[in-house]
Design a protein around this ligand. Structure first.
Ligand code: CP3
Length: 336
């Protein structure tokens, strides 16, 4: 069994596997080079040959323990026929929300749009070293709703969401639940070994709405993964002390903590679950000594806990690839 799955499933603590969110991305010159020739980001995600090549770029540079397929959580609204735009100024947005088109999209049309991702997964699996699992992912329903309705552009998110028809929200959540499961199972059948669920904007949900918008939607996807024997990792970013409640409700195989979670608190409160990540991506922009000291801190706190080294969010574009190599080489020395 691979080092990463042994930690995730068997809770083995003899070594610390390592991979990074956004390990393929704009901090790598070879990515920037390919990206400059491909101005349409979604088209790049849906080009099997190029997305497979980009997935493997960091694997060639560093001794990482997993690859993550190069794609985006926003391919889902796109395959549900919403024209997602990746502008440089505002971040991604849905330029023309059409809820009827969204709700009426058929499985056949959805799968035909996403076919290149499944092709990229099977292609990548053939090339990837057998002991390196391939991680696939989806965005959680709430986080996808943020982009679907452009809610981030509103100052008063809760006011905005309260004017959306409650019944419409229910239908949207149901459609997302159904189609995210279709995307999960197709990624698994193409060869993906693990699913990570990104709920990047979970921290924006009011406490009284967490059950409806965060716990239940994540739980439904995690139960589906379990029924289909797919190891799972959740990342409900920004939940603070509610990470604990999230774990009690959702029960994924592993939990990625963000940089606002105190790692000692997590270790002492989460029970014997595999923990991933935590370190603040901004620290990687500092000098080598500071970075490696912070790495030691996480390794030390989690020395008796199943722990997958990663960050508390994605690698920033300004990061020097050299520091990633230093971190990988340090973490790979852990053997107990
Ligand atoms: O981690 C990986 O290496 C796999 C690839 C991956 C991407 N996006 C590629 C990407 C993954 C796992 C994602 C997930 C994703 N996408 C999330 C959840 C994780 C998180 O960051 O919170 C979210 C919220 C998105 C939506 C998204 N896509 C945003 C907000 C942006 C623009 C801002 C940014 O961070 O760049 C994207 C574009 C995007 N997705 C890029 C990459 C490499 C940058 C594209 C570029 O070259 O301009």
């Amino acid at each position: 069994m691979s080092k990463l799955l042994n930690c995730l499933i068997n809770k083995d603590i003899s070594c610390v596997p390592i991979w990074f969110m956004r390990q393929a991305g704009r901090y790598l010159p070879e990515f920037k080079q390919l990206r400059s020739q491909n101005p349409n980001f979604l088209k790049l995600c849906l080009n099997s040959d190029l997305s497979s090549e980009i997935t493997l770029q960091p694997m060639k540079r560093f001794n990482l323990d997993a690859a993550i397929i190069f794609s985006d959580i926003l391919v889902i609204p796109y395959a549900l026929r919403q024209p997602m735009e990746f502008g440089h100024k505002y971040g991604p947005r849905n330029s023309k929300l059409n809820i009827n088109k969204f709700l009426e999209t058929t499985e056949k049309s959805f799968l035909s749009t996403l076919q290149p991702i499944y092709k990229a997964i099977s292609k990548t699996k053939k090339i990837l070293n057998k002991d390196k699992p391939l991680i696939a992912f989806v965005g959680a329903p709430w986080t996808l709703m943020i982009y679907l309705y452009n809610l981030k552009e509103q100052d008063k998110l809760n006011k905005k969401i309260s004017i959306i028809d409650k019944n419409e929200i229910k239908l949207v959540l149901k459609k997302l639940d159904e189609f995210l499961k279709i995307h999960i199972i197709n990624q698994k059948q193409a060869g993906a070994d693990i699913i990570q669920i990104f709920d990047s904007w979970a921290g924006l949900i009011e406490n009284e709405d967490l059950d409806e918008y965060c716990y239940q939607p994540n739980k439904s996807l995690i139960n589906f993964c379990r029924e289909n024997k797919i190891p799972s990792i959740c990342f409900p970013k920004g939940l603070k002390e509610n990470y604990k409640k999230f774990l009690e409700e959702v029960k994924p195989d592993a939990i990625n903590i963000d940089y606002n979670v105190d790692p000692s608190w997590a270790k002492n409160s989460f029970g014997n679950i595999c923990i991933q990540g935590g370190m603040k991506p901004e620290i990687l922009l500092k000098d080598e000594k500071t970075v490696l000291q912070e790495v030691e801190k996480y390794l030390d706190i989690f020395r008796d806990n199943p722990y997958i080294f990663n960050l508390g969010h994605g690698i920033l574009p300004k990061t020097n690839p050299g520091i990633i190599k230093k971190i990988v080489d340090r973490v790979n020395l852990v053997k107990k």
